[in-house]
Design a protein around this ligand. Structure first.
Ligand SMILES: NC(=O)C1=CN([C@@H]2O[C@H](COP(=O)(O)OP(=O)(O)OC[C@H]3O[C@@H](n4cnc5c(N)ncnc54)[C@H](O)[C@@H]3O)[C@@H](O)[C@H]2O)C=CC1
Ligand SMILES: CC(=O)C(=O)O
Ligand SMILES: [Mg+2]
Length: 375
């Protein structure tokens, strides 16, 4: 079986889908590992390291021709032409927020397995490591963009002795929200975390141990909290689905002058009504005078850290695909099965089907299996 890994071409994306250690693991198992020239360079992995691991260094086309492609980011439009019906694509997909990609995968008949919907008893094992990193980066972004050189009002996140710190409100206290809160607290900000899961509220309350306010999220509480915030971090998730909107456009007028919205949940469409995805090239835009930071691939900025964390999480699944073949791997592993979003021209994830009901019930060229609605 062959595995292809290409250089990521999404702006600001410097991670790579597999470390040399991961490549060595697959090569030892008898797989052919096809790495595009220079794919890992920006993550600190030169081609020589992959060669020493037993991989081949190949052209982009050759890497995409593998049985299974192991990527980081969802294919962007320039990559849609590589999709085909005998390809297994294992990567972040975020389809509920990406109709063009959903259509491209359906039209090509590609088996699309999304990292972010792989789910086991512990949660979302392939989303969690990048969420942890994005959460920490959200605190960095808050600190940077509250400063004048970062376009902010000129606040130091942690204040100073005798001067109040900035107020950070985190909506959604999962992997992203927890790490954002912990790092903001580490920088001595005043932090409030909101979540709507009673169980999660109790865990956060115990973890944060009085250092942050932990509140049940409802529309009135969100409105009251954002009115006093210098930074609002959107970190909600309902797995596989379009993100719930927790701040509406008319509420922007409640915010303090200079307040910053950081929408980490933008990859699922965003937690704020006014969000749209940005990249590191131009991370911030304004709506009604309020700055929005909406980088959809935040961990791409720290590729040395995040590539290792990603392969640590994905390798057991990639190895299983290598050992069993993708069909058997999906059949035997319910966690991996939950990652399957598109297959043979059909949507097979309910969250994506609900986002695009017309696509979920329409026959596509590569279709060979019953649609969800027929099951
Ligand atoms: N922009 C980027 O670079 C990155 C974005 N993400 C995204 O960040 C988002 C959050 O991911 P995780 O923290 O891993 O998810 P998670 O599942 O660990 O946490 C989400 C939390 O949101 C809560 N929640 C759901 N609906 C809510 C609502 N209406 N109000 C308040 N709380 C609500 C849940 O109870 C849960 O505790 C996802 O969309 C994920 O894809 C993750 C990594 C990188
Ligand atoms: C989770 C995700 O989309 C990312 O790490 O870029
Ligand atoms: Mg996308």
């Amino acid at each position: 079986m062959s595995f292809g890994v290409m250089k990521e071409i999404k702006p600001g994306e410097e991670r790579v889908g597999l470390t040399p250690a991961g490549a060595a693991d697959l090569a030892r198992g008898g797989c052919s590992v096809l790495i595009e020239t220079g794919a890992g360079e920006r993550a600190g992995f030169a081609d020589e390291l992959y060669l020493a691991a037993g991989a081949d260094i190949v052209s982009r086309e050759h890497a995409w021709a593998a049985h299974t492609v192991v990527k980081v980011k969802e294919p962007i439009a320039a990559e849609y032409g590589y999709l085909r019906d005998d390809l297994t694509l294992f990567t972040y997909l975020h389809l509920a927020a990406d109709r063009p990609l959903t259509e491209a995968l359906l039209d090509a008949g590609t088996l699309g397995i999304a990292y972010e919907t792989v789910a086991d008893a512990t949660g979302l094992p392939l989303l969690q490591p990048m969420s942890e990193i994005a959460g920490r980066l959200a605190a960095h972004a808050a600190a940077t963009h509250l400063m004048r050189p970062g376009g902010g009002p000129g606040l130091l996140l942690g204040g100073s002795p005798g001067v109040a710190p900035a107020r950070v409100v985190v909506i959604g206290g999962g992997a992203v929200g927890t790490q954002a809160a912990l790092l903001a607290l580490g920088m001595q900000a005043e932090v409030t975390v909101l979540d709507m899961s009673p169980a999660r509220i109790r865990q956060l309350d115990a973890l944060l141990d009085g250092r942050a306010r932990v509140l049940m999220s409802d529309a009135a509480t969100v409105e009251a909290e954002i009115a006093h915030a210098d930074v609002v971090i959107g970190a909600v998730l309902v797995p596989g689905r379009a993100a719930p909107k927790v701040v509406r456009r008319e509420q922007l007028s409640l915010l303090r002058p200079g307040a910053l919205l950081i929408d980490v949940a933008i990859d699922q469409g965003g937690a704020f009504e006014t969000s749209r995805a940005t990249t590191y090239d131009e991370p911030i835009f304004e709506v009604d005078g309020v700055r929005h930071y909406c980088v959809a691939n935040m961990p791409g900025a720290v590729p040395q850290t995040s590539t290792r964390a990603l392969t640590n999480a994905t390798l057991p699944y990639v190895r299983r695909i290598a050992q069993l073949g993708v069909e058997q791997a999906i059949e035997r592993d319910p966690a991996l099965a939950l990652g399957v979003n598109t297959r043979a021209g059909r949507i097979v994830h309910q969250g994506v089907a609900d986002a695009f009901p017309d696509l979920a019930t329409t026959a596509h060229p590569g279709a060979r299996e019953p649609v969800l609605a027929e099951r």
